[in-house]
Design a protein around this ligand. Structure first.
Ligand SMILES: [Zn+2]
Length: 264
């Protein structure tokens, strides 16, 4: 229960990856988690490269066509803008962890606040956050992550985990795909909010632990949850005008269709 399978589906078509990176970025912008900074990436299948938005484009306006393809040395292979200044967060993790398919870095205020509260630590308060039961490490070094050495140090701090808090900065999560990142990011924020709320009731909290996880593990169906939540938020985003009903030139690649799983 403590881990999730974060491998990228090897046959994810590139138009789908581009559309879902763009949609995930816009939807997390709509949710207030990505704003003027933060970025979502997904690994390019079979290559030492990734898909990510450009440095200058608004998180509210990313499109499948504007998403860059960038190699692990930071060279732009497709696109005509620079990648985000903290690209090495992504490349450092992909280099160190071939099992990871997608990465998000954001400046979630509640995540940064958690790193600044003396004695506080991540606890599982919502069973949807159960795959972080082993805890979430904190990278103590403060500041932007901009050099190859910074990226490698961050990946070392992440270790074999799927989440890393950056002190006075934000958060890094890893998943199998951009839709998986959307789900995990929302659950992470919900969980930290629940932790804060629990402390408002009592100075002593009782996190989900022990035998709870055995029961949760029996019923967890991540593929179904990712598919269900992704479609819900995509349709909500369409109704709110945050994303178009159809990306021009990228038909039917944003929503999961019946029978299609996140890893299919
Ligand atoms: Zn940052």
């Amino acid at each position: 229960m403590a881990t999730i399978d974060t491998r990228l589906a090897a046959n994810d078509p590139v138009p789908q990856i581009r559309a879902r990176v763009a949609a995930c970025t816009r939807l997390l912008n709509m949710a207030g988690i990505l704003h003027y900074s933060g970025h979502v990436s997904q690994r390019a299948p079979g290559e030492d490269a990734l898909y990510i938005q450009s440095r200058g484009e608004s998180r509210a306006e990313v499109t499948p066509a504007s998403v860059l393809k960038v190699d692990f040395d930071g060279n732009v292979l497709e696109g005509d803008d620079k990648p985000p200044s903290e690209l090495v967060i992504h490349t450092g993790i992909y280099r160190a962890r071939p099992d990871i398919g997608a990465v998000i870095h954001n400046h979630m205020p509640m995540a940064a606040a958690l790193t600044m509260a003396r004695g506080a630590r991540f606890e599982v308060m919502d069973f949807h956050a159960a795959h972080w039961v082993d805890g979430v490490r904190v990278m103590r070094a403060v500041g932007h992550i901009k050099t190859e050495a910074d990226g490698a140090a961050l990946a070392a701090c992440l270790g074999d985990g799927n989440a890393l808090l950056l002190r006075a900065h934000g958060l890094v999560l890893t998943a199998e795909s951009a839709p998986g990142l959307l789900v995990d990011t929302l659950h992470f924020e919900d969980n930290v909010n629940a932790l804060k709320q629990a402390f408002a009731f009592s100075r002593s909290v009782e996190p989900v632990a022990g035998e709870d996880f055995e029961r949760i593990g029996l019923t967890e169906d991540r593929e179904h949850r990712v598919r269900k939540m992704w479609n819900y938020y995509v349709l909500k985003g369409v109704r709110a005008g945050a994303i178009p009903e159809c990306w021009q030139g990228y038909p039917d690649v944003t929503l999961y269709r019946p029978g299609e799983g996140p890893r299919s």
